[in-house]
Design a protein around this ligand. Sequence first.
Ligand SMILES: Nc1nc2c(ncn2[C@@H]2O[C@H](COP(=O)(O)OP(=O)(O)OP(=O)(O)O)[C@@H](O)[C@H]2O)c(=O)[nH]1
Length: 190
Amino acid sequence: MLVGDSGVGKTCLLVRFKDGAFLAGTFISTVGIDFRNKVLDVDGMKVKLQIWDTAGQERFRSVTHAYYRDAHALLLLYDVTNKASFDNIQAWLTEIHEYAQHDVVLMLLGNKVDSAQERVVKREDGEKLAKEYGLPFMETSAKMGLNVDLAFTAIAKELKQRSMKSTSELHFQLHDYVKREGRRASCCRP
Ligand SMILES: Nc1nc2c(ncn2[C@@H]2O[C@H](COP(=O)(O)OP(=O)(O)OP(=O)(O)O)[C@@H](O)[C@H]2O)c(=O)[nH]1
């Protein structure tokens, strides 16, 4: 499930992952909730991801709350060009702790890193916040496709392995994977 403030790029991230395209132009805010499926090949096994795209707008919050409980993984997004969306991450985490399963897979993503001129949230700030909460972290660009497949693949790998092994061992592996693979992507760093 994709969560985060309105306009951070949740729908665009999903469309980029699903169709390899970027929705340029007018911003059409999600109403309520929507979903798309994508089948991934993870180490020789087919993993079907059902990805729920939520509305970031406050007025739909009660709709989204109902879906947290059934989510196996959450991608929590902020927009690196929007400080408020970053400041709201703590409120999102409070909500997640209240409504989601205690062992939900959670990853923090700073989106829109292609907009280097407009950036107001430094990469280090995202890293620091993620570290504080023990979350894997990546910067992404739905526009350029940076780290999009990687984020979803990391989640799929984690979920696949969780279904087969113990949770504690895998939590470490997800961090490790994201750190290692995320370092390779450097195209949009200022
Ligand atoms: N430059 C840039 N713009 C982006 C990126 N991702 C999304 N956008 C733009 O940000 C705006 C919002 O994108 P959406 O994906 O609709 O945002 P959302 O988080 O789904 O918003 P809600 O549905 O209201 O919760 C659109 O105008 C997109 O074109 C990105 O990676 N880079």
